[in-house]
Design a protein around this ligand. Structure first.
Ligand code: ARG
Length: 457
Protein backbone atom coordinates (compact mmCIF):
# COMPACT_ATOMS: atom_id res chain seq x y z
CA UNK A 1 0.00 0.00 0.00
CA UNK A 2 3.03 2.26 0.30
CA UNK A 3 5.11 0.24 -2.21
CA UNK A 4 6.10 3.30 -4.22
CA UNK A 5 8.63 4.48 -1.65
CA UNK A 6 10.01 1.16 -0.41
CA UNK A 7 12.50 -1.17 -2.06
CA UNK A 8 12.40 -4.06 0.42
CA UNK A 9 9.48 -5.75 2.19
CA UNK A 10 9.11 -5.91 5.97
CA UNK A 11 10.96 -8.34 8.21
CA UNK A 12 8.71 -11.15 9.30
CA UNK A 13 8.81 -9.88 12.87
CA UNK A 14 7.82 -6.44 11.60
CA UNK A 15 4.83 -7.96 9.86
CA UNK A 16 3.83 -9.57 13.12
CA UNK A 17 4.30 -6.60 15.43
CA UNK A 18 2.67 -4.24 12.96
CA UNK A 19 -0.49 -6.17 12.21
CA UNK A 20 -3.70 -5.40 14.02
CA UNK A 21 -5.95 -7.58 11.89
CA UNK A 22 -5.97 -10.42 14.48
CA UNK A 23 -8.00 -8.15 16.77
CA UNK A 24 -9.31 -5.24 14.69
CA UNK A 25 -11.23 -7.64 12.47
CA UNK A 26 -13.93 -7.07 15.10
CA UNK A 27 -14.42 -3.63 13.51
CA UNK A 28 -15.46 -5.01 10.12
CA UNK A 29 -19.10 -3.96 10.26
CA UNK A 30 -18.22 -0.45 11.35
CA UNK A 31 -15.47 -0.25 8.73
CA UNK A 32 -17.87 -1.15 5.95
CA UNK A 33 -20.53 1.25 7.23
CA UNK A 34 -17.95 4.05 7.39
CA UNK A 35 -16.69 3.31 3.87
CA UNK A 36 -20.21 3.25 2.45
CA UNK A 37 -21.02 6.61 4.03
CA UNK A 38 -17.73 8.02 2.75
CA UNK A 39 -18.16 6.87 -0.85
CA UNK A 40 -21.78 8.04 -1.00
CA UNK A 41 -20.59 11.47 0.11
CA UNK A 42 -17.72 11.44 -2.43
CA UNK A 43 -20.21 10.70 -5.21
CA UNK A 44 -22.65 13.36 -4.06
CA UNK A 45 -19.83 15.91 -4.01
CA UNK A 46 -18.70 14.89 -7.50
CA UNK A 47 -15.32 13.69 -6.21
CA UNK A 48 -15.89 10.12 -7.43
CA UNK A 49 -18.18 9.38 -10.37
CA UNK A 50 -21.50 7.64 -9.79
CA UNK A 51 -20.58 4.41 -11.56
CA UNK A 52 -17.43 3.85 -9.53
CA UNK A 53 -19.26 4.74 -6.33
CA UNK A 54 -21.92 2.17 -7.11
CA UNK A 55 -19.36 -0.52 -7.85
CA UNK A 56 -17.62 0.28 -4.57
CA UNK A 57 -20.86 0.17 -2.60
CA UNK A 58 -21.94 -3.14 -4.12
CA UNK A 59 -18.49 -4.58 -3.59
CA UNK A 60 -18.59 -3.57 0.08
CA UNK A 61 -22.00 -5.24 0.48
CA UNK A 62 -20.65 -8.42 -1.03
CA UNK A 63 -17.62 -8.33 1.31
CA UNK A 64 -19.97 -7.91 4.26
CA UNK A 65 -21.79 -11.08 3.21
CA UNK A 66 -18.49 -12.91 2.90
CA UNK A 67 -17.34 -11.81 6.34
CA UNK A 68 -20.71 -12.72 7.80
CA UNK A 69 -20.53 -16.21 6.30
CA UNK A 70 -16.83 -17.08 6.59
CA UNK A 71 -15.32 -14.57 9.00
CA UNK A 72 -12.63 -12.03 8.19
CA UNK A 73 -9.48 -13.52 6.64
CA UNK A 74 -6.50 -12.82 8.90
CA UNK A 75 -3.72 -11.88 6.52
CA UNK A 76 -0.88 -10.29 8.45
CA UNK A 77 0.62 -8.85 5.26
CA UNK A 78 -2.45 -6.67 4.88
CA UNK A 79 -1.99 -5.31 8.39
CA UNK A 80 -5.47 -4.26 9.41
CA UNK A 81 -9.19 -4.49 8.72
CA UNK A 82 -9.05 -1.39 6.52
CA UNK A 83 -6.48 -2.88 4.17
CA UNK A 84 -7.97 -6.38 4.22
CA UNK A 85 -11.30 -4.97 3.10
CA UNK A 86 -9.82 -2.59 0.54
CA UNK A 87 -7.68 -5.29 -1.04
CA UNK A 88 -10.66 -7.63 -1.27
CA UNK A 89 -12.59 -4.80 -2.88
CA UNK A 90 -9.83 -4.45 -5.48
CA UNK A 91 -10.07 -8.19 -6.21
CA UNK A 92 -13.80 -7.84 -6.69
CA UNK A 93 -14.13 -4.61 -8.67
CA UNK A 94 -10.66 -3.75 -9.96
CA UNK A 95 -8.89 -0.39 -9.96
CA UNK A 96 -12.04 1.61 -9.06
CA UNK A 97 -11.53 0.25 -5.52
CA UNK A 98 -8.57 2.61 -5.25
CA UNK A 99 -10.93 5.62 -5.37
CA UNK A 100 -12.55 4.78 -2.04
CA UNK A 101 -9.60 6.11 -0.08
CA UNK A 102 -9.82 9.60 -1.66
CA UNK A 103 -9.95 12.35 0.98
CA UNK A 104 -9.51 9.83 3.76
CA UNK A 105 -6.69 8.31 5.78
CA UNK A 106 -6.64 5.22 7.91
CA UNK A 107 -6.18 7.61 10.81
CA UNK A 108 -9.65 9.14 10.54
CA UNK A 109 -11.02 5.82 9.27
CA UNK A 110 -9.97 3.86 12.34
CA UNK A 111 -11.03 6.67 14.68
CA UNK A 112 -14.48 6.56 13.08
CA UNK A 113 -14.76 2.77 13.10
CA UNK A 114 -13.71 2.53 16.71
CA UNK A 115 -16.14 5.23 17.81
CA UNK A 116 -18.95 3.40 16.06
CA UNK A 117 -17.92 0.19 17.77
CA UNK A 118 -17.69 1.74 21.23
CA UNK A 119 -21.06 3.43 20.71
CA UNK A 120 -22.63 0.04 19.97
CA UNK A 121 -20.82 -1.42 22.96
CA UNK A 122 -22.30 1.27 25.20
CA UNK A 123 -25.78 0.47 23.92
CA UNK A 124 -25.22 -3.22 24.57
CA UNK A 125 -24.03 -2.57 28.11
CA UNK A 126 -27.01 -0.32 28.75
CA UNK A 127 -29.44 -3.04 27.69
CA UNK A 128 -27.65 -5.54 29.93
CA UNK A 129 -27.73 -3.19 32.90
CA UNK A 130 -31.42 -2.47 32.35
CA UNK A 131 -32.10 -6.21 32.58
CA UNK A 132 -30.03 -6.40 35.76
CA UNK A 133 -32.05 -3.54 37.24
CA UNK A 134 -35.28 -5.37 36.38
CA UNK A 135 -34.01 -8.45 38.18
CA UNK A 136 -33.03 -6.36 41.23
CA UNK A 137 -36.41 -4.60 41.28
CA UNK A 138 -38.32 -7.87 41.11
CA UNK A 139 -36.36 -9.46 43.96
CA UNK A 140 -36.43 -6.26 46.03
CA UNK A 141 -40.20 -6.08 45.72
CA UNK A 142 -40.54 -9.72 46.68
CA UNK A 143 -38.45 -9.09 49.81
CA UNK A 144 -39.45 -5.55 50.74
CA UNK A 145 -40.42 -6.77 54.24
CA UNK A 146 -37.76 -9.41 54.79
CA UNK A 147 -35.62 -8.37 57.74
CA UNK A 148 -31.91 -8.99 57.64
CA UNK A 149 -28.99 -7.66 59.65
CA UNK A 150 -27.53 -4.48 58.23
CA UNK A 151 -23.79 -4.28 58.72
CA UNK A 152 -21.08 -1.78 59.32
CA UNK A 153 -17.54 -3.16 59.62
CA UNK A 154 -19.27 -6.45 58.71
CA UNK A 155 -20.58 -6.38 62.28
CA UNK A 156 -24.30 -6.54 62.88
CA UNK A 157 -25.40 -2.89 63.06
CA UNK A 158 -29.13 -2.24 62.59
CA UNK A 159 -31.80 -4.35 60.99
CA UNK A 160 -32.60 -3.50 57.37
CA UNK A 161 -34.70 -5.23 54.78
CA UNK A 162 -33.37 -7.40 52.00
CA UNK A 163 -35.36 -5.30 49.55
CA UNK A 164 -33.55 -2.20 50.78
CA UNK A 165 -30.19 -3.91 50.46
CA UNK A 166 -30.89 -4.98 46.88
CA UNK A 167 -32.14 -1.51 45.98
CA UNK A 168 -28.77 -0.11 47.04
CA UNK A 169 -27.31 -1.99 44.07
CA UNK A 170 -30.09 -0.71 41.87
CA UNK A 171 -28.85 2.80 42.69
CA UNK A 172 -25.28 1.93 41.73
CA UNK A 173 -26.42 0.46 38.43
CA UNK A 174 -28.56 3.55 37.79
CA UNK A 175 -25.45 5.71 38.14
CA UNK A 176 -23.49 3.34 35.90
CA UNK A 177 -26.09 3.66 33.18
CA UNK A 178 -26.01 7.41 33.45
CA UNK A 179 -22.21 7.40 33.17
CA UNK A 180 -22.37 5.37 29.96
CA UNK A 181 -25.16 7.63 28.66
CA UNK A 182 -23.10 10.79 29.38
CA UNK A 183 -20.09 9.29 27.64
CA UNK A 184 -22.23 8.34 24.66
CA UNK A 185 -23.42 11.91 24.19
CA UNK A 186 -19.88 13.25 24.49
CA UNK A 187 -18.40 10.81 22.00
CA UNK A 188 -21.09 11.08 19.34
CA UNK A 189 -19.10 13.29 16.96
CA UNK A 190 -17.68 12.00 13.70
CA UNK A 191 -13.92 12.19 12.99
CA UNK A 192 -14.29 11.02 9.37
CA UNK A 193 -12.85 13.64 7.01
CA UNK A 194 -10.11 14.75 9.38
CA UNK A 195 -7.97 12.67 7.01
CA UNK A 196 -4.39 12.02 8.13
CA UNK A 197 -4.24 14.93 10.58
CA UNK A 198 -4.80 18.23 8.79
CA UNK A 199 -8.10 17.83 6.98
CA UNK A 200 -8.32 17.62 3.19
CA UNK A 201 -8.37 19.87 0.16
CA UNK A 202 -11.17 17.88 -1.48
CA UNK A 203 -14.61 19.49 -1.23
CA UNK A 204 -15.99 16.85 1.15
CA UNK A 205 -19.17 17.20 3.21
CA UNK A 206 -18.37 16.11 6.74
CA UNK A 207 -21.87 16.93 7.95
CA UNK A 208 -23.27 14.41 5.47
CA UNK A 209 -21.03 11.53 6.59
CA UNK A 210 -21.58 12.39 10.23
CA UNK A 211 -25.36 12.28 9.76
CA UNK A 212 -25.23 9.09 7.68
CA UNK A 213 -23.38 7.34 10.50
CA UNK A 214 -25.73 8.57 13.21
CA UNK A 215 -23.36 11.12 14.73
CA UNK A 216 -24.69 14.41 16.06
CA UNK A 217 -22.04 16.41 14.20
CA UNK A 218 -18.53 16.22 12.78
CA UNK A 219 -15.62 16.78 15.17
CA UNK A 220 -14.20 20.32 15.13
CA UNK A 221 -10.43 19.85 15.09
CA UNK A 222 -8.71 17.51 12.67
CA UNK A 223 -5.68 16.94 14.91
CA UNK A 224 -7.83 16.05 17.89
CA UNK A 225 -10.07 13.89 15.69
CA UNK A 226 -7.30 11.43 14.87
CA UNK A 227 -5.52 11.61 18.25
CA UNK A 228 -8.44 11.42 20.61
CA UNK A 229 -9.27 8.20 22.38
CA UNK A 230 -11.25 9.77 25.20
CA UNK A 231 -14.34 7.88 24.03
CA UNK A 232 -12.53 4.59 24.61
CA UNK A 233 -11.23 5.79 27.97
CA UNK A 234 -14.69 7.00 28.96
CA UNK A 235 -16.01 3.57 28.11
CA UNK A 236 -13.27 1.87 30.14
CA UNK A 237 -13.73 4.18 33.12
CA UNK A 238 -17.48 3.66 33.16
CA UNK A 239 -16.87 -0.08 32.73
CA UNK A 240 -14.40 -0.02 35.60
CA UNK A 241 -16.84 1.62 37.95
CA UNK A 242 -19.63 -0.68 36.85
CA UNK A 243 -17.45 -3.76 37.32
CA UNK A 244 -16.50 -2.48 40.75
CA UNK A 245 -20.19 -2.45 41.70
CA UNK A 246 -20.75 -5.90 40.26
CA UNK A 247 -17.72 -7.11 42.19
CA UNK A 248 -19.11 -5.77 45.46
CA UNK A 249 -22.40 -7.51 44.81
CA UNK A 250 -20.53 -10.69 43.93
CA UNK A 251 -18.56 -10.39 47.16
CA UNK A 252 -21.79 -10.14 49.14
CA UNK A 253 -23.07 -13.29 47.48
CA UNK A 254 -19.85 -15.10 48.29
CA UNK A 255 -20.13 -14.11 51.96
CA UNK A 256 -23.86 -14.80 52.08
CA UNK A 257 -23.38 -18.24 50.56
CA UNK A 258 -20.78 -19.23 53.16
CA UNK A 259 -21.98 -21.73 55.79
CA UNK A 260 -21.66 -19.36 58.78
CA UNK A 261 -23.93 -16.84 57.04
CA UNK A 262 -26.20 -19.12 55.07
CA UNK A 263 -28.20 -16.17 53.72
CA UNK A 264 -28.50 -17.60 50.23
CA UNK A 265 -28.50 -20.87 48.42
CA UNK A 266 -26.77 -20.15 45.15
CA UNK A 267 -28.51 -21.56 42.12
CA UNK A 268 -27.03 -24.79 40.75
CA UNK A 269 -26.76 -23.05 37.41
CA UNK A 270 -24.23 -20.55 38.79
CA UNK A 271 -22.25 -22.79 41.14
CA UNK A 272 -19.78 -25.60 40.79
CA UNK A 273 -19.04 -28.64 42.89
CA UNK A 274 -15.71 -30.03 43.97
CA UNK A 275 -14.12 -33.10 42.46
CA UNK A 276 -13.03 -34.26 45.92
CA UNK A 277 -15.43 -32.72 48.46
CA UNK A 278 -18.96 -33.84 47.66
CA UNK A 279 -20.63 -31.35 50.00
CA UNK A 280 -19.27 -28.35 48.12
CA UNK A 281 -21.26 -25.75 46.25
CA UNK A 282 -18.77 -23.12 45.23
CA UNK A 283 -19.73 -19.59 44.19
CA UNK A 284 -17.51 -19.65 41.09
CA UNK A 285 -19.60 -17.32 38.97
CA UNK A 286 -19.58 -14.67 41.70
CA UNK A 287 -15.86 -15.17 42.25
CA UNK A 288 -15.19 -14.71 38.55
CA UNK A 289 -17.27 -11.53 38.47
CA UNK A 290 -15.10 -10.30 41.33
CA UNK A 291 -11.98 -11.42 39.45
CA UNK A 292 -13.06 -9.93 36.12
CA UNK A 293 -13.40 -6.52 37.76
CA UNK A 294 -9.66 -6.61 38.38
CA UNK A 295 -8.99 -7.36 34.74
CA UNK A 296 -11.35 -4.62 33.55
CA UNK A 297 -9.54 -2.11 35.77
CA UNK A 298 -6.30 -3.38 34.25
CA UNK A 299 -7.64 -2.65 30.76
CA UNK A 300 -8.50 0.89 31.78
CA UNK A 301 -5.06 1.36 33.22
CA UNK A 302 -3.44 -0.07 30.09
CA UNK A 303 -5.07 2.46 27.79
CA UNK A 304 -4.41 5.38 30.16
CA UNK A 305 -0.73 4.50 30.15
CA UNK A 306 -0.66 4.02 26.37
CA UNK A 307 -2.16 7.45 25.77
CA UNK A 308 -0.50 9.56 28.42
CA UNK A 309 2.76 10.28 26.60
CA UNK A 310 1.60 10.64 23.01
CA UNK A 311 2.19 13.91 21.19
CA UNK A 312 -0.32 14.93 18.50
CA UNK A 313 -1.33 13.51 16.16
CA UNK A 314 -1.53 9.78 15.38
CA UNK A 315 1.17 7.42 16.62
CA UNK A 316 1.14 3.69 16.10
CA UNK A 317 0.93 3.13 19.85
CA UNK A 318 -2.71 4.01 19.37
CA UNK A 319 -3.30 0.76 17.54
CA UNK A 320 -3.03 -0.81 20.99
CA UNK A 321 -6.22 0.98 22.02
CA UNK A 322 -8.47 -1.81 20.84
CA UNK A 323 -7.46 -4.99 22.72
CA UNK A 324 -8.13 -3.53 26.20
CA UNK A 325 -11.51 -2.17 25.13
CA UNK A 326 -12.53 -5.44 23.49
CA UNK A 327 -11.36 -7.45 26.49
CA UNK A 328 -13.09 -5.19 29.01
CA UNK A 329 -16.30 -5.26 27.00
CA UNK A 330 -16.36 -9.04 26.79
CA UNK A 331 -15.63 -9.41 30.49
CA UNK A 332 -18.21 -6.80 31.47
CA UNK A 333 -20.88 -8.41 29.30
CA UNK A 334 -20.26 -11.78 30.93
CA UNK A 335 -20.25 -10.25 34.40
CA UNK A 336 -23.53 -8.41 33.88
CA UNK A 337 -25.20 -11.50 32.46
CA UNK A 338 -23.93 -13.72 35.28
CA UNK A 339 -25.08 -11.32 38.00
CA UNK A 340 -28.46 -10.89 36.33
CA UNK A 341 -28.89 -14.65 36.21
CA UNK A 342 -27.80 -15.07 39.81
CA UNK A 343 -30.02 -12.28 41.15
CA UNK A 344 -32.97 -13.68 39.26
CA UNK A 345 -32.63 -17.23 40.54
CA UNK A 346 -30.85 -17.17 43.90
CA UNK A 347 -32.82 -18.55 46.86
CA UNK A 348 -32.76 -16.07 49.75
CA UNK A 349 -32.95 -17.72 53.18
CA UNK A 350 -34.97 -15.02 54.83
CA UNK A 351 -35.59 -17.13 57.97
CA UNK A 352 -31.84 -17.31 58.53
CA UNK A 353 -31.43 -13.58 57.86
CA UNK A 354 -34.16 -12.80 60.38
CA UNK A 355 -32.64 -15.10 63.01
CA UNK A 356 -29.30 -13.38 62.65
CA UNK A 357 -30.89 -9.93 62.70
CA UNK A 358 -32.54 -10.87 65.99
CA UNK A 359 -29.40 -12.25 67.54
CA UNK A 360 -26.92 -9.38 67.25
CA UNK A 361 -28.49 -6.75 69.56
CA UNK A 362 -29.27 -4.92 66.34
CA UNK A 363 -32.10 -2.95 67.95
CA UNK A 364 -29.82 -1.32 70.53
CA UNK A 365 -30.06 2.01 68.68
CA UNK A 366 -33.85 1.75 68.88
CA UNK A 367 -33.63 1.44 72.67
CA UNK A 368 -31.38 4.49 72.86
CA UNK A 369 -33.63 6.46 70.49
CA UNK A 370 -36.66 5.54 72.65
CA UNK A 371 -34.93 6.92 75.75
CA UNK A 372 -34.26 10.17 73.89
CA UNK A 373 -37.83 10.40 72.64
CA UNK A 374 -39.82 9.18 75.63
CA UNK A 375 -37.49 9.90 78.54
CA UNK A 376 -35.93 13.15 77.26
CA UNK A 377 -32.52 11.59 77.90
CA UNK A 378 -29.57 13.18 75.98
CA UNK A 379 -28.45 10.76 73.25
CA UNK A 380 -24.96 10.25 74.66
CA UNK A 381 -26.41 9.19 78.02
CA UNK A 382 -28.99 7.00 76.29
CA UNK A 383 -26.15 5.36 74.39
CA UNK A 384 -24.42 4.56 77.69
CA UNK A 385 -27.59 3.16 79.30
CA UNK A 386 -28.23 1.01 76.23
CA UNK A 387 -24.67 -0.29 76.38
CA UNK A 388 -25.39 -1.58 79.86
CA UNK A 389 -28.59 -3.25 78.65
CA UNK A 390 -26.64 -4.95 75.84
CA UNK A 391 -24.05 -6.16 78.36
CA UNK A 392 -26.84 -7.55 80.54
CA UNK A 393 -28.43 -9.35 77.59
CA UNK A 394 -25.08 -10.73 76.52
CA UNK A 395 -24.41 -11.91 80.04
CA UNK A 396 -27.82 -13.61 80.22
CA UNK A 397 -27.46 -15.01 76.71
CA UNK A 398 -30.74 -13.53 75.51
CA UNK A 399 -31.88 -10.95 72.97
CA UNK A 400 -32.57 -7.38 74.09
CA UNK A 401 -36.30 -7.96 73.61
CA UNK A 402 -36.13 -10.90 76.04
CA UNK A 403 -34.65 -9.00 78.98
CA UNK A 404 -37.19 -8.87 81.85
CA UNK A 405 -38.55 -5.41 82.58
CA UNK A 406 -37.08 -5.58 86.08
CA UNK A 407 -33.58 -5.89 84.69
CA UNK A 408 -34.14 -2.96 82.31
CA UNK A 409 -35.65 -0.78 85.05
CA UNK A 410 -32.70 -1.56 87.31
CA UNK A 411 -30.41 -0.22 84.58
CA UNK A 412 -32.49 2.94 84.20
CA UNK A 413 -35.75 3.69 85.95
CA UNK A 414 -37.08 5.75 83.05
CA UNK A 415 -37.53 2.55 81.00
CA UNK A 416 -41.02 1.04 81.05
CA UNK A 417 -43.00 -1.70 79.27
CA UNK A 418 -43.53 0.38 76.16
CA UNK A 419 -39.89 -0.29 75.31
CA UNK A 420 -40.72 -3.79 74.02
CA UNK A 421 -42.63 -2.26 71.09
CA UNK A 422 -39.40 -0.87 69.63
CA UNK A 423 -37.10 -3.77 70.40
CA UNK A 424 -38.34 -6.12 67.68
CA UNK A 425 -36.57 -6.08 64.34
CA UNK A 426 -39.84 -5.47 62.49
CA UNK A 427 -40.61 -2.40 64.59
CA UNK A 428 -37.07 -1.22 64.06
CA UNK A 429 -37.19 -1.34 60.26
CA UNK A 430 -40.76 0.00 60.12
CA UNK A 431 -39.70 3.05 62.13
CA UNK A 432 -37.00 4.11 59.67
CA UNK A 433 -39.32 6.07 57.44
CA UNK A 434 -37.00 8.94 56.54
CA UNK A 435 -36.63 9.41 52.79
CA UNK A 436 -34.46 6.58 51.51
CA UNK A 437 -34.72 4.71 54.81
CA UNK A 438 -35.22 0.98 55.18
CA UNK A 439 -38.92 1.03 56.21
CA UNK A 440 -40.76 -1.35 53.86
CA UNK A 441 -43.08 1.49 52.77
CA UNK A 442 -40.08 3.57 51.80
CA UNK A 443 -38.52 0.69 49.91
CA UNK A 444 -41.75 0.07 48.01
CA UNK A 445 -42.02 3.76 47.19
CA UNK A 446 -38.49 3.76 45.74
CA UNK A 447 -39.23 0.61 43.73
CA UNK A 448 -42.37 2.26 42.34
CA UNK A 449 -40.44 5.40 41.38
CA UNK A 450 -37.71 3.38 39.70
CA UNK A 451 -40.32 1.58 37.61
CA UNK A 452 -42.13 4.79 36.65
CA UNK A 453 -38.89 6.49 35.62
CA UNK A 454 -38.05 3.51 33.44
CA UNK A 455 -41.42 3.66 31.70
CA UNK A 456 -41.07 7.39 31.05
CA UNK A 457 -37.77 6.94 29.22
N1 ARG B 1 -4.24 -0.30 12.20
C1 ARG B 1 -4.11 1.09 12.53
C2 ARG B 1 -4.72 1.32 13.94
O1 ARG B 1 -5.44 0.50 14.39
C3 ARG B 1 -4.83 1.94 11.55
C4 ARG B 1 -4.27 3.29 11.41
C5 ARG B 1 -2.94 3.24 10.73
N2 ARG B 1 -2.44 4.51 10.46
C6 ARG B 1 -1.14 4.71 10.21
N3 ARG B 1 -0.77 5.90 9.95
N4 ARG B 1 -0.30 3.73 10.26
O2 ARG B 1 -4.44 2.31 14.58
Amino acid sequence: MWGGRFAAGPASIMREINASIPFDKRLWKQDIAGSKAHVAMLAKQGIVDGEDAQAITEGLSRIAQEYEADGVPVNLDLEDIHMVTESRLAELIGPAAGRLHTARSRNDQVATDFRLWVRDAMDEVDAGLAALQDALLARAEEHADAVMPGFTHLQSAQPVTLGHHLMAYHEMIRRDRSRFADARVRMNECPLGAAALAGTGFPIDRHATAAALGFAKPTDNSLDSVSDRDFALDYLMAATQCSLHLSRLAEEFIIWASQPFGFVKLPDAYSTGSSIMPQKRNPDAAELVRGHAGRIMGCMNALCVTMKGLPLAYSKDMQDDKPPVFEAHDLLGLSIAAMTGMIGTVAFRTDRMRALAESGFATATDLADWLVREGDVPFREAHHITGRAVAAAEEAGVALADLPIGTLKAIDSRIDERIYAVLTVDASVASRKSHGGTAPDQVRARIGEARTKREQK
